[in-house]
Design a protein around this ligand. Structure first.
Ligand code: GLN
Length: 504
């Protein structure tokens, strides 16, 4: 049995019966990473010293016979946007090339308290800006289903590492789709919870009114386990509230098909726009029929203002990014420009300029310039304020839709994984990758993507995964994950499809 192929709940079952140790599992992942990651390139760095230390500690807890958390002894990868004390955190940017964090994010702190095993940091688009992981300053991560294609982004390293069984699960972030879109492209589950459900303390900020941590997992029960471990109030993050944190794994593992009977499922026409690949559209319509066969009631809902989502997002996200990224000035932390003599004797202004010129990549610069313009004197009302008003309309659209529907379904991404390089010279077409995910962040809602099937790979006769997005009202992650659990049971994606690491 290959331990790296098992889900978190299956590994937990083995630990409980004493049939495997965390050390065995960690060793299995170490070998798998050594064999496969040179093809996929999902990790920015691995940390096996730390991993085996964590595993030893976890095995002690497991052997002590006490009740232990479901994540105890489970090897995970972490998007390199989460700060971890004493560990390098680059955010895939040269400006943080040698940055070692002085403190720990709340997410990784809670993971530690749960006894997880830290395998290493995985790749992303620089500062989480992108949809393909090609904007990483370090290397390109490949899609495990076709090594010439992107894994999606910005949590592409996370999604690829879970898809290729290089980690049992991964934590990422989702500002406009960065957990769900790569999950869809790599054939794994990606959950973006309600804004404020998971603390963002110690996560490098991109767009503060949109950023949310999320999980990438092999199935929705694993996603429930990962969510429960980190969700909840944190006095260090004012966007968290004293929400009632449900026992997601218990609810999800108890979910039965009767949940779908009478469930009102909305399919908005706005999720079937011009750029949608017809094969993906037909997969989603098959899913609608599956829901109907299981006894759901399909209802008409409309989200008329979501057609402005991309425009709204790119004003809000770039404005907030320009402000959040001001701190990388070459003075306080991160890269500082040095001239050929190893010092710098120009003006302060030159130092800022040169440090930022070298330290930031093209896409990050583009966004800083856009956002700075949008916030500049005289333009604030025309851009940021107007975008905030449109955002209110989008929130209202969803509120109205959820008066009629219990969940909303649609495609996660308009296309399957695209070719590396295909969209790099056309930022607008790259931005359209998130056309179905962005409105959910604008409305602070929870949503997930589950793999629902495959389409033919036009390159070489293989196949590429397709994700379906499910959206539900604020703080109903239990409903979302339970519905996903039932659908994945009907489809059996994990038993049918595995990445083949071809076309390298
Ligand atoms: N792809 C979107 C962007 O480039 C979303 C990124 C994200 O969710 N972090 O901004």
């Amino acid at each position: 049995m290959n331990l790296f192929n098992l889900t978190i709940h299956e590994l937990n079952g083995l630990f409980k019966k004493g049939e495997a140790t965390s050390r065995d599992v960690t060793e299995s992942f170490r070998k798998r990473i050594e064999e496969i990651d040179p093809k996929v390139n999902s990790f920015l760095y691995t940390d096996f010293d730390e991993a085996f230390k964590n595993a030893e500690e976890a095995d002690r807890i497991i052997k002590s016979g006490k009740n232990f958390p479901e994540l105890c002894g489970i090897p995970l990868s972490i998007k390199d946007i989460f700060l971890m004390k004493g560990k390098k955190t680059t955010c895939a940017s040269k400006i943080l090339e040698n940055f070692v964090s002085p403190y720990e994010s709340t997410v990784t702190k809670r993971l530690r308290e749960n006894g997880y095993v830290f395998l290493g940091k995985v790749n992303l688009d620089e500062f989480a800006m992108g949809s393909s992981t090609e904007n990483s300053a370090y290397h390109i991560t490949k899609n495990p289903y076709d090594l010439k294609r992107v894994p999606g982004g910005s949590s592409g390293g996370s999604a690829a590492s879970v898809s290729a069984a290089l980690s049992a699960g991964s934590f990422g972030t989702d500002t406009g789709g960065s957990v769900r879109q790569p999950a869809a492209l790599c054939g794994v589950v990606g959950l973006k919870p309600t804004y404020g459900l998971i603390s963002r303390y110690g996560i490098i900020a991109f767009s503060s009114s949109l950023d949310q941590a999320g999980v990438l997992a092999k199935d929705s029960l694993d996603a429930a386990i990962m969510l429960k471990a980190v969700a909840g109030f944190d006095e260090k993050d004012q966007t968290t509230r004293k929400f009632d944190i449900k026992d997601y794994p218990a609810i999800v593992s108890g979910a039965s098909k009767s949940l779908i009977k009478g469930l009102k499922v909305g399919i908005p026409s706005e999720f079937f726009t011009e750029g949608l690949d017809p094969k993906i559209a037909s997969k989603i319509l098959e899913m609608r029929d599956l829901f109907r066969d299981l006894g759901a009631e399909i209802v008409d809902v409309s989200l008329p203002d979501t057609k402005y989502s991309i425009a709204t997002y790119y004003v809000i996200a770039t404005s907030e990014a320009s402000s959040n990224l001001e701190r990388y000035d070459g003075i306080r932390f991160g890269y500082r420009f040095k001239d050929e003599n190893g010092g710098f004797f120009g003006t302060l202004d030159d130092l800022y300029r040169k440090s930022r010129e070298y330290g930031f990549g093209k896409e990050v610069k583009r966004r800083i310039i856009l956002g700075t313009f949008a916030l500049s004197a005289g333009y604030y009302d025309a851009y940021y304020k107007k975008a905030s008003l449109v955002r209110k309309l989008i929130i209202k659209n969803y509120r109205d839709a959820f008066k009629k529907a219990d969940i909303i379904i649609g495609p996660t991404s308009p296309t399957p994984a695209f070719l590396i390089g295909e969209k790099m010279d056309d930022p607008l077409s790259m931005y359209l990758s998130d056309i179905y995910t962005i409105s959910i962040n604008l409305a602070y809602l929870p949503a997930l993507s589950i793999p629902v099937g495959v389409v033919d790979n036009p390159s070489w006769g293989g196949f590429l995964p397709v994700g379906m997005q499910i959206v539900s009202p604020w703080l109903t992650e239990d409903r979302l994950l339970s519905v996903a659990r039932i659908i994945e049971g009907e489809i059996g994606f994990r038993d049918k499809y595995k990445p083949e690491f071809k076309n390298g």
